[in-house]
Design a protein around this ligand. Structure first.
Ligand SMILES: Nc1ncnc2c1ncn2[C@@H]1O[C@H](COP(=O)(O)OP(=O)(O)O)[C@@H](O)[C@H]1O
Length: 346
């Protein structure tokens, strides 16, 4: 009799767990797993190539140094995708979800914000080189660039490290959210880090818009003063807009969703319907943010001349590259200076 009861209990547990699986791996999760697999492979190819090119570039400018850091952050972030996919697709493997919550997701977020900060630094670097090329500032020195870069990695790492330490509660059989593995202090810390990171995002967003508006204005004035090269102006403006567009599309939706989502995690008093909507919205917008790893290589191609040249060389595309076609070179010294520091000129 007891053997039969045990058997029934086991069958119930299996069917509960498969019900749970069916529930958790709903259409949104399944679609996101497939999409994450696609960007994992794409990003691995694009960023490995980008890393290979960057580490073969002999030129060492502050701009290239920041781009190298972005590639590294993108590659590390890409490495966290498989665990994200596995934990979403196999909710019955609690240990995978636990590792995802405690380590992998935290590494994902660290690298996302490192990327965001480097995009901000890249835009400040462009602003200094284009708009104030003769101003010798400490910000232009390579030494300063290294210190700032180390600061970015360390501050993001130290800020987020407690999110690993305080994700230390034993998982319940039916746990679905990482916040359920956190102590009370862990939840508070997680909330603080989320909001600090939202502020960092806003700061970078305004820096980016400010820098690029100034650059656009400067380019327009310079063009009017020195040359009537409409093509060059249009190209520079296009490149600048691409960075802004990539930043806006990738990161704005996620940050709009993150504020109520974090509130839900900390307060835990939202109704089921709101919970479900917020969960799906956060998953989808987080995926859009993750797509940044595939879009950054486009920025390197558009903004970094040395990258473009070496890529064409390595792929042996000199004869068929559209990049080699008709760029007129103005001869005046002022224009040469403009070209040297233009968004496509490094
Ligand atoms: N901005 C952030 N910086 C560092 N770690 C974060 C950040 N946001 C969330 N985390 C951590 O990543 C893990 C997953 O968080 P989150 O995505 O909010 O939860 P869930 O996977 O349950 O939706 C948690 O351990 C959390 O503390």
């Amino acid at each position: 009799m007891s053997a039969v009861l045990t058997q029934i209990q086991q069958t119930n547990m299996v069917s509960n767990s498969s019900d749970q699986k069916a529930d958790k791996t709903g259409p949104v999760t399944t679609a996101l797993c497939i999409l994450f697999s696609i960007i994992f492979i794409t990003s691995l190819i694009l960023n490995s190539m980008a890393a290979w090119i960057f580490f073969n570039i002999n030129k060492n400018t502050t701009f290239i140094f920041y781009l190298k850091n972005t590639v590294i952050a993108d590659l590390i972030m890409t490495m966290t995708f498989p665990l994200k996919i596995a934990s979403a697709f196999s909710p019955e493997w609690l240990v995978i979800k636990q590792i995802e919550c405690r380590y992998s997701a935290v590494i994902f977020y660290i690298n996302m914000y490192v990327s965001i900060l480097f995009l901000g630094l890249i835009s400040i670097d462009r602003y200094m080189k284009i708009v104030k090329p003769f101003k010798t500032s400490r910000m232009n020195s390579f030494h300063f660039t290294r210190i700032v870069s180390a600061g970015v990695w360390m501050s993001m790492g130290l800020l987020s490290f407690p999110n690993m330490i305080f994700t230390n509660q034993s998982p319940k059989e039916n746990f679905t959210e990482c916040s359920q593995l956190k102590s009370d202090f862990g939840k508070q810390w997680h909330g603080a880090v989320s909001y600090i990171n939202i502020l960092i995002f806003l700061l970078v967003f305004f820096v980016l818009v400010g820098c690029y508006l100034s650059i656009c204005r400067y380019i327009r004035n310079t063009e009017k003063q020195f040359v009537s090269n409409r093509d060059m102006e249009r190209k520079s403006n296009q490149n600048i807009c691409t960075v802004l567009l990539v930043f806006f599309i990738c990161f704005v939706p996620y940050h709009m969703c993150r504020i109520p989502f974090t509130l839900k995690q900390i307060q835990n008093d939202f109704d089921d319907n709101k919970n479900a909507i917020l969960n799906d919205a956060k998953k989808i917008t987080l995926f859009i943010s993750a797509c940044n790893v595939c879009l950054d290589p486009i920025i390197y191609l558009l903004m970094c001349k040395s990258f473009k040249t070496l890529l064409v060389q390595k792929l042996n595309l000199q004869h068929c590259s559209p990049f080699n076609r008709g760029t007129t070179r103005p001869s005046r010294p002022q224009v040469r200076r403009f070209r040297e520091y233009s968004p496509t000129g490094q």
